[in-house]
Design a protein around this ligand. Structure first.
Ligand SMILES: [Mn+2]
Length: 328
């Protein structure tokens, strides 16, 4: 826990005492990021939502369906001292921002924390929208239909449609939220954020199987797949779990322009290790940055580490599993 972590009641009164703040999030804002941003705006109408670039395709679908308006602004132009950062506390994901935020609300593990005066970090929360929901509950605010849906969309998205649930108390919250008058049912909310592949994503996904390595832990009957790809590494890693039924996936793509190797890790609920911690361990060994959740994590590494990455990942994984390569 960070030293200036404040509790949710304190975070709420901090927000209430600032009538005009900007709400920012990481680049390529995802569903939880955009829902958290606009959830704050529904509570504090004087706030303005600012994204640093275009949100993801799915996140834009959510914004469109609610008619939410946002501003896209260069990160360098944002005055951090008058801004709240949601769904990110990793400085390497917003490299252009050097200032100190007023408050950072997030649920990720990070190896390079952003500068913020106060933090409200709840690593066991399923989503950032859920942290804000807890904040609302602590202050006796009953969510409206739209607020409930935004909270639910963040939760559904970050738990992979409830495939990875941190604790069973979440079901009580889900029951409360789905019981709010007028709230859409599970199917309609889920279909709004279910990922649909674009044609270029389908091509990259199909091509990504040129170079791959498969390993099995026979006693635990777990399947591990590592693959390089041209781009869309997070999509490839996710689909390896969802479509192929792997238990652990690592996909990586080179970004020579920024001299980076971008890596995504995903796992099924059957894998017992915390991927955010594994990402931190690998990135410490290879000189980059990394972090994330129990079942989804990412790393930015120096491009030159590409040839060592799989070996380093394998040696760390072999502390927990006995892996045998599968050759077909
Ligand atoms: Mn999130």
């Amino acid at each position: 826990m960070l030293s200036s972590n404040i509790n949710l009641k304190e975070a709420f009164s901090l927000l209430s005492s600032n009538a005009h703040l900007r709400v920012c999030t990481h680049y390529l804002a995802d569903v939880d990021a955009v829902c958290s941003s606009f959830l704050l705006r529904t509570i504090f109408p004087g706030y303005e939502v600012v994204f640093f670039d275009k949100p993801t395709y799915t996140a834009r679908r959510v914004l469109k369906s609610y008619g939410f308006e946002y501003v896209v602004q260069e990160a360098e132009e944002v005055n951090c001292a008058e801004a709240v950062l949601v769904d990110n506390n990793d400085a390497s994901l917003i490299p252009a921002l050097q200032g100190e935020f007023l408050l950072c609300i997030d649920h990720h593990t990070s190896s390079s924390p952003v500068k913020s005066k106060y933090y409200a970090i709840e690593r066991n929360s399923p989503s950032t929208t859920h942290i804000i929901y807890s904040m609302m509950k602590e202050n006796g605010i009953v969510p409206t239909k739209i607020q409930s849906e935004l909270i639910l969309l963040g939760i559904l998205s970050d738990t992979h449609m409830l495939a990875s649930v941190p604790n069973r108390r979440l079901f009580k919250d889900l029951h409360e939220l789905f019981s709010v008058e007028g709230v859409s049912d599970y199917d309609s909310l889920a279909s709004l954020i279910r990922s649909v592949l674009t044609d270029s994503e389908k091509i990259v996904f199909a091509r990504s199987f040129n170079n791959y390595a498969m390993y099995k832990d026979k006693s635990k009957s777990l399947l591990f797949i590592m693959s390089d790809c041209q781009s869309f590494q997070s999509l490839v890693a996710t689909k390896l779990i969802e479509c192929i039924g792997a238990d652990f996936s690592m996909a990586y793509a080179p970004y020579p322009k920024s001299d980076e190797l971008r890596v995504s890790l995903r796992s099924s609920p059957r894998v017992g290790i915390h991927l955010g911690k594994l990402a931190m361990e690998i990135s410490v060994k290879l000189g980059g940055s990394g972090g994330g959740h129990e079942h989804a994590a990412g790393m930015n590494l120096p491009l030159r580490t590409e040839k060592n990455l799989e070996q380093v990942a394998l040696s760390l994984l072999s502390n927990y599993y006995s892996l045998e390569q599968i050759n077909i």
